[in-house]
Design a protein around this ligand. Sequence first.
Ligand SMILES: NC(=O)c1ccc[n+]([C@@H]2O[C@H](COP(=O)([O-])OP(=O)(O)OC[C@H]3O[C@@H](n4cnc5c(N)ncnc54)[C@H](O)[C@@H]3O)[C@@H](O)[C@H]2O)c1
Length: 342
Amino acid sequence: MQTIIKKIANKEVAFYFNQSLTNMEDLVKVSNVIYITDETVFAAHQQKFANKKYIVVPAGEAHKQQQTVDNIINKLVAFEADRNSFLVGVGGGVITDMVGYVASIYMRGVPFGFVPTTILAMVDAAIGGKNGVDVGVYKNMVGTITQPNFLWYDYSFLTTLPHAQWVNGFAEVIKHAAIKDGNLFTQLQQQTITFYKENLSALDQLIQQNVAIKTNVVIADPFEKNERRLLNFGHTFGHALENPYQLAHGHAISIGMVMAAKISEEINNFNSTDKERLLNLLAKYELTLQINYDKPTVFNILKKDKKRAAETINFIVLNAIGSATVTPIPLVQLNDLLEQVL
Ligand SMILES: NC(=O)c1ccc[n+]([C@@H]2O[C@H](COP(=O)([O-])OP(=O)(O)OC[C@H]3O[C@@H](n4cnc5c(N)ncnc54)[C@H](O)[C@@H]3O)[C@@H](O)[C@H]2O)c1
């Protein structure tokens, strides 16, 4: 068990690693806590919620909508939740995004914490304070940036996490290594998902390394003016492919990282041996490297990307394994690269 306190955007956020949900009672007054989780997590871990106040919402991205937020708020009102209440989101990124949002608007803000239960939420979604909901098909259109009081890592939740969700989460782990940490990249080359599933202390160490990478980037740039953009490596093309081709997020990001690596080779002298290392690592962690896609369709979606500024997209290129840069690429050039390189 280890505790780390990080100051993010003037707020102290505590990270409690390798904990059990039951011990959280030492941290927050039980009578004030309202747990919010989804149906899948609740069904798999019902006993953990015994004798607690909880709200259960339908699982999945399709429910990351204002309607679900309104339902949660109605239930909070029914519980007579007030400013002394403490919300705890227990789930994947969909739950942590929604609970952070609800907590930041309910009674103009109540304190909250997260128990992330997917690899993706543990290393990425639950960290950094970005929260919100989708509006129809438009992802994360509404939300705030509000930091939680704490993140509580209880790895026993992972015993029920489907393998496909482990793979999804490792796309972000590989992304972190590719943009920030060459040693982590080498470590990942030597291991497999099965190894991390079977070795709790190695998993704990891996999660902590990734938390450090993401928190340090967020601390340097909490409102995504510069450094935090690096976390979008692979996401420009990944997001453009994810919905039209109904790809799981991790696979979409993996394909996006392959495309970004090829563009890095073309315009940023990223060396081809390192590009092959990245491709091999993604394949080793069971991620997709390429699909057939319609270039005009993808380009049309790219033009609507949030990272676009006028006729330019802030694109993330690799300099080397463990080092990345934001490079503005004119849309015209990106279209040429799409036609010629990808
Ligand atoms: N706020 C941020 O900075 C940020 C960053 C990255 C991603 N996100 C968001 O995160 C979301 C994706 O997160 P996710 O991949 O965790 O999705 P998710 O929350 O939908 O979880 C994936 C699936 O796994 C199930 N699940 C969760 N934990 C489980 C467990 N322990 N055992 C069994 N099943 C379990 C869920 O019910 C769901 O069906 C997206 O909405 C994305 O926009 C946010």
